[in-house]
Write a protein that binds this ligand. Structure first.
Ligand SMILES: Cc1cc2nc3c(=O)[nH]c(=O)nc-3n(C[C@H](O)[C@H](O)[C@H](O)COP(=O)(O)OP(=O)(O)OC[C@H]3O[C@@H](n4cnc5c(N)ncnc54)[C@H](O)[C@@H]3O)c2cc1C
Length: 233
């Protein structure tokens, strides 16, 4: 997987700054308004994600960055960059998926990626979120998953539920408690309370195997709470 060229990096930084710009705002007691996505290392985090994409998706994202570059994205004003992102998303489903991925990752990393050293992000202070309140509790895993040895497996059940996420997991538990024989088909692993640490990004990797970045440490010059009383972004 090739590294990003400087031109692509500049476009990526510009996209991040478009999604979460630094906005002068008084007051800004926790620095939330002034802190942009790149202050939070979103561009570096997205580059980490790019590095783990399958070749075809990586190529698609590079095509998107090149397309934005050809439109002089980095030289445009904030409103023009916002408009360009909207326009590109309307070109077709792939362009829409690409822009939505860039925007989603920018927000996800800016507000969710903990600093590897402190386990916190400075943005949480503004939301009055203290971070994880306790380490995960050790809870025994009582279900014995069956891994099919081959392509076929016959099981007898009253209900078969595909996916043990928020929806399927609750339905499976409710039906099992009601006395039905429930079979849950799950593509990922078996996780319970002991696997979750009240953070969003690490479990995303644990449960899905997806490429999820940690927030690289960046200059905190604009992260320093500098201004007066409370404000919500
Ligand atoms: C980072 C993050 C934070 C969120 N925070 C909140 C929040 O604070 N509050 C809130 O209400 N919602 C939140 N959500 C949204 C919430 O997680 C989803 O709306 C919810 O999980 C959707 O439930 P679901 O059952 O449809 O899918 P999921 O919970 O995603 O479950 C789908 C399951 O199906 C499995 N699966 C997929 N395909 C297959 C297959 N082919 N075969 C077998 N198994 C398969 C998957 O492995 C997964 O376990 C958050 C989502 C994310 C990503």
């Amino acid at each position: 997987m090739s590294e990003l060229s400087e031109a692509r990096r500049a476009v990526l930084r510009s996209v991040c700054e478009t999604v979460v710009p630094s906005i002068p705002h008084e007051p800004d007691p926790t620095g939330l308004w002034g802190r942009s996505a790149t202050d939070m290392g979103a561009d570096q985090g997205i580059e980490q994600v790019f590095g783990q994409l399958p070749e075809e998706q990586f190529a698609g994202m590079m095509e998107l960055l090149d397309g934005l570059d050809q439109q002089g994205f980095t030289r445009l004003s904030q409103p023009s960059r916002e408009q360009v992102l909207r326009n590109v998303a309307m070109v077709g489903p792939e362009a829409a998926a690409g822009t939505s991925t860039l925007i989603g990752l920018t927000l996800f990393i800016t507000y969710g990626a903990p600093d590897p050293e402190t386990g916190q992000t400075p943005n949480w202070q503004a939301f009055a979120y203290p971070g994880p309140s306790a380490p995960p509790t050790a809870v025994e895993k009582t279900i014995e998953p069956i891994t099919p040895d081959g392509d076929e497996l016959t099981l007898e059940a009253d209900v078969c539920i595909v996916g043990s996420g928020a929806g399927g997991g609750v339905i499976a538990g409710t039906l099992a408690r009601a006395g039905l024989k429930v079979c849950v088909v799950e593509a990922a692993g078996y996780f319970n309370e002991s696997d979750f640490n009240q953070l969003e990004l690490p479990p995303t990797r644990t449960c899905t195997g997806a490429a999820v970045p940690t927030r690289p440490r960046t200059s905190t010059s604009r992260c320093t709470p500098a201004r007066a009383s409370a404000a919500e972004r």
